[in-house]
Design a protein around this ligand. Structure first.
Ligand SMILES: [Zn+2]
Ligand SMILES: [Zn+2]
Length: 262
């Protein structure tokens, strides 16, 4: 199972694309979140962009789904014909259709491919190709469903936005890779994760690797030395701060393969 970091930034970062992850197995592909700026990274990083099977929207904040009109319109331009599934919280179909209609009125009716929608709820399991998906509510002002993706004996967890909860901790238990929103270094920002809390979360889950994403832009710019020092202190899990285009392949229990594009 391969994870490509399409973007790793928070909502309004001037250097980083919005956090978005492309999950690929031999049989399936799933994009996790698609904010305003994510499509730019998707077209650059995805080897087979038109083969994307599904998109999961963790919550309805613009930096997590306002990229859908641009992504879908370009797919139309590129001649996509295969159906595309969009997954998200109850009401996802109406939200997505309204968003695309606002951006490009009438375009969906003329699209060259069909959209289908699947609603997701906390505690539910959904089978998508060879992937099994699970969900839990995080602590965020807008309800956000963290997601777990299992494929065979490999599993990853992505927090979406928000601090950890007992439910997200239970969902993450035993995952090989945790990708967690870590907005601030250690300050307690209501409704968001922190670097320290994410490290503690991944350790408790028994994960081998933790990727910190959605880091506040000034932390990335001005506190990078402190950030690197903090993560270097963690032996287990191994902590990384990925850049757009980086990827991780979860191979087996023996070890993962991290590839940095920078
Ligand atoms: Zn966000
Ligand atoms: Zn949010």
């Amino acid at each position: 199972m391969r994870t490509t970091f399409i973007g790793v930034g928070e909502a309004f970062d001037d250097n980083q694309l919005n956090t978005s992850l492309l999950i690929e197995t031999a049989e399936s592909s799933l994009l996790l979140d698609c904010g305003f700026t994510a499509p730019m990274g998707f077209w650059k990083a995805a080897a087979h962009p038109l083969d994307l099977q599904a998109i999961y929207i963790s919550h309805f904040h613009g930096d997590h789904f306002f990229g859908l009109p641009a992504l879908l319109m370009r797919m139309k331009q590129e001649g996509r014909t295969a159906p595309l599934t969009i997954l998200g919280q109850p009401g996802v179909e109406a939200v997505v259709r309204q968003t695309i209609e606002l951006a490009y009125p009438g375009s969906l009716a003329k699209a060259s491919f069909d959209l289908s929608f699947m609603e997701c709820s906390a505690g539910q399991n959904i089978v998508l190709g060879h992937m099994c998906l699970g969900f839990a509510l995080s602590d965020h002002p807008r309800p956000c469903l963290a997601i777990r993706v299992d494929c065979g004996d490999r599993a990853l967890f992505y927090s979406g936005d928000g601090g950890a909860t007992a439910d997200t901790a239970a969902l993450a238990a035993g995952a090989d890779l945790i990708i967690h929103e870590s907005f601030t270094m250690d300050a307690d920002t209501p409704g968001h994760g922190t670097v320290d809390a994410s490290i503690d979360f991944a350790r408790r889950a028994g994960a081998r690797q933790l990727a910190l994403v959605h880091i506040e832009r000034d932390v990335r710019k001005y506190q990078n030395d402190q950030l690197q020092q903090r993560i270097s202190l963690s032996q287990e899990p191994h902590v990384i701060v990925p850049e757009s285009g980086d990827s991780i392949t979860i191979t087996s229990r023996e070890g993962d393969n991290f590839t940095s594009q920078v």
